[in-house]
Design a protein around this ligand. Sequence first.
Ligand code: GDP
Length: 206
Amino acid sequence: NPLQGASFVLAAHRIDQLPADSGGEVAFAGRSNAGKSSALNKLTGHHGLARTSKTPGRTQQMVAFALPPLAQGEGMPPLDVRLIDLPGYGYAKVPEPLREHWKREIDAYLHQRRSLRGVVLIVDIRHPLKEFDRMMLAFCQDTALPCHVLLTKADKLSRNQSAQALAAMRKQFAAEGLLATAQVFSSAEGTGVDEAREAVVALLRR
Ligand code: GDP
C-alpha cells in the first residue's frame, strides 16, 4: 500500500497554521457523514487515523497527515507528501457563521496552496451531488485542480445500481464540462480501494 505509514501532523483552524507549503499534498473533502474519515482510514490502512462518526456540530478543523516521502526518478530527492482532511458540513447542523468561515478557508486554501495537487471528494453513492459537493467541484474547476470523486458506501447498493450511479455521475461531469473523475468505493467492503490509492498517488506525483 503506497499510502501506508500516514501519521497525524497537526490540526488547524486557518490555512496559515498548516504545515509549510512545500512538496505535494492531496486534500480530502466531503459533506459530514459522507464517509470521509472511514475512507482516509481505509486508504492509509491506519484504522484510527481520522476520527469516524464524529459528534455532529463538534469543532471542525483541517487536519494534516504526513505520508512517507515518495521516491522520485534517478538523482531526484524523495518528495515530501501529505494528505489534508478538510472540514465537511452540510449534513449536521453547522451554525451559519461557522459554515461561512469554512467556506472562506476552503476557498482560500484551494486557490492559494501551492503544494496542493488535487482533491478527493467523498460522496455518498446514494445521494446526488449536494450544495457542498457542487461548491467543491466549482472551486476545483476555477483553480484547474483535478478532482477525483469516491462514490462511497457502494455496499449499500447492488453492483448494478452502483455502476448506474457511476455512469450517471460521469455523464453529469461531461454534460457540465467538469474535468472531475469518479469511481465506486466502499470502506466497509474494500471496493475500489486499490484504484483510489493509485489515484491519490498519481495526484501526489502530478
Ligand atoms: P465523515 O463524517 O465523512 O468522516 O464520515 P465517517 O467516516 O465518520 O462515516 C459516517 C458513517 O457512515 C459512519 O457510521 C460509518 O460507519 C458509515 N460509513 C462510512 N463508510 C461506509 C461504507 O463504505 N459503507 C457503509 N455501509 N457505511 C459507511
